[in-house]
Structure formats: C-alpha cells, structure tokens
Design a protein around this ligand. Structure first.
Ligand SMILES: [Zn+2]
Length: 110
C-alpha cells in the first residue's frame, strides 16, 4: 500500500478540476477550479462537487482502484458502458458515492 498525497497548483489546463498524476505512486493534484468552480457539496446527483471529485481522482490511484475514464463524465455515459467497463470507470464510482446516499435518504432507509 502506498501513500496518497494531495497537491494544489495554479498551473492546470482550463476546465480541469483535479487529476491523478499518472506515473506517480499516489499523487492527486487539485486545481484552482476545484476550489472556485466546484460546489462544496452538491445538492443533487450528478452535479460536480468537491467530495465526488476527490473520490473520482482517488479511484484512479493504482493501489486504490486503478480506474480509467471510460465514460464521458455524465450519468448517461456511465449507463451506456458495459458492466465490465463500469467496474474500471472512475465516473461510475463517483456517481455511486455521490448519489446512493441521497437515494437512501430520499427513501428514508437510514
Ligand atoms: Zn478521471
């Protein structure tokens, strides 16, 4: 098991919120967009927010999940993937982590 490290930087491509630094053991970089154009906690499913962004990037880390971005960052894209691809897709885990608790709360199964 490696060490997971978060960094911040000012030099990110426009529109990039965060990314896993490929080739590193476990470095996740948080871009200015992560702090300025990303909700603290989304009020609805599939809205980009800080917790789901962190989960997304953490799943890319090889010693955690080693996922790729197979879908197009939308729920529709996730639903279109074959199940075997969902297992290796960062967006699938991101949306599950973000939306499943809200779904449970809306059904009052707590
Ligand atoms: Zn990704």
């Amino acid at each position: 098991m490696g060490a997971l490290t978060f960094y911040t930087t000012q030099s990110c491509r426009p529109g990039t919120i965060a990314y896993y630094k490929k080739g590193s053991e476990g470095s996740v970089v948080l871009c200015p967009e992560f702090f300025y154009n990303n909700a603290d906690v989304a009020q609805r499913c599939f809205q980009q927010d800080q917790p789901s962004s962190v989960i997304h990037e953490m799943t890319h880390v090889p010693f955690i999940m080693g996922t790729e971005d197979y879908s197009d960052y939308t729920m529709r894209g996730v639903q279109m993937l074959p199940a075997v691809s969902n297992l290796g897709d960062a967006n699938t885990y991101q949306f599950f982590a973000q939306c499943k608790p809200k779904e449970l709360l809306s059904h009052k199964i707590v």
